[in-house]
Write a protein that binds this ligand. Sequence first.
Ligand code: ADP
Ligand code: GLC
Length: 511
Amino acid sequence: MARPLNILFISPEAHPFAKTGGLGDVSSALPHALKQLGHDVRVMLPKYRSVKQSKRSIKPMGLTVAVPVGPETKSGELHEGRLNRRVPIYFIGQDDYFDREGFYGDAEGEFSDNAERFIFFDRAVLEACKALNFQPDIIHCNDWQTGLVPCYLKTTFASDPFFENTRSVFSIHNLGYQGNFDERYLPLAHLPWNLFTPEGIEFYGSLSFMKAGLVYADRLTTVSKTYSKEILTPENGFHMDGVLRHHQSKLSGILNGADYGEWDPQTDSNIKTRYGPKSLKGKQECKKSLARKLSFKLPEQTPLICMVTRLSPQKGIDLILESFSKLMKLEAALVILGTGDAFYETFLKDQDHRYRSRFRYVSGFDEKLAHQIIAGSDILLMPSLYEPCGLTQMYALRYGTVPVVRRVGGLADTVKAFQSGKNRGTGFLLKPKETDEWVPLLQKALTLYSKKKVWRSLMLNGMKQDFSWDKVAKQYVRLYRRALKKNDKAVSEPGTDRYLPLQNLPDYNKN
Ligand code: ADP
Ligand code: GLC
């Protein structure tokens, strides 16, 4: 049997300590699934204020790492907790950077020191491995906030024996967020200027954390097969498509899983009544209880439509806004739970006042209410412009809440179009870029809703889908093992190893 791997999983989010979206869910569930397979997996996260607020047990370890950030040395205090009871999670504490409301920004906008905060975190992660004497085979990095780690491994730490056998995997959860900053931040990272080229970490004149991850990681993954193809095109590549095509040989798409430990109506303690495919009665109770909570006075047969979402253009919110008056004419009620762009929030608040009998907007981030809404609704909307994977529709499927989505990214890979004659399929799909068909598609779903038997089989088809993480974790392990092979083909492709070993670089301090 192959030996268990030492895996360090680093991320800017992990539920229940820090979450703004699906990355938080993935960073909790995937390490747990890897642990179940017998690997020594550990997670690292910044010690945000929310970590304290999570009321989980966290202990200081009495270990401090010294991290050079420009001319200063900042200390990182290590704390330890547990994820899903089994997985060690280390928090790197530096209150100047992380003890504040919000992870990346607040009501005023993005934090102005985000480059510095994540330069610190990325370098601290590597120093922490040494302090803990944990020699990872794989460092699995997630999204731009962790993008400098693969770069450090190939430059600053390239000749460090501690990391001699360490390989990096960089996962793209959303190419739309790249962490591009002014070049003046480069010296803060103690990275040499000759990395600041189009082959390196320069991106249209900026220092790009995302690009650092793409260029220097040994393997790249993204969170669905379809998205792994979409990002190679100018249309969906956010100007990184050229870089990605260049590094295509090390890129693969692995569809996320759904954490049924957290999201299963048969065991969910957040919802009013538990239910499952064998007994759907509880769903009706959940719907009644949700309607009461939202002060909706709805006849029982009125379909309830929901969205649980970040309010950002990615999620197709503009389509909701444009079609709003038409949506309000449908024989249905709508609830939206979400937070994000102020423009969308204001619009939705106004509509909430205007259409009290059939629309509710709940502003904010509320984990428990998210479960209650998904359980208590009949239909979930996700008309995203692009969607790397999307977890909400997978959760909705499990709860018998039928998804109406756009056929892009992971939505295309997880929702199958319902064919009424054959009673096959799990939801309704809008073509990419299509807008005119949106309201008719919803109308079609609502018409089927009134045919109780057909709707029931549609719900059951969805509830029987299995997106368990254990299968997904096995795919990651295969990928990790390939990356660890001495002659890993993907990394030896021409053009993927254009960095210079550190000894050939001028010392930045002398520049
Ligand atoms: P993304 O990561 O792009 O936001 P996903 O569908 O992958 O989209 O994951 C979204 C996750 O965030 C789900 O767990 C969803 O329930 C949760 N979520 C989104 N908005 C809210 C909110 N306002 N309150 C509570 N949970 C939310
Ligand atoms: C990102 C994507 C979403 C994906 C999630 C987890 O936030 O927008 O589609 O499901 O990451 O991978």
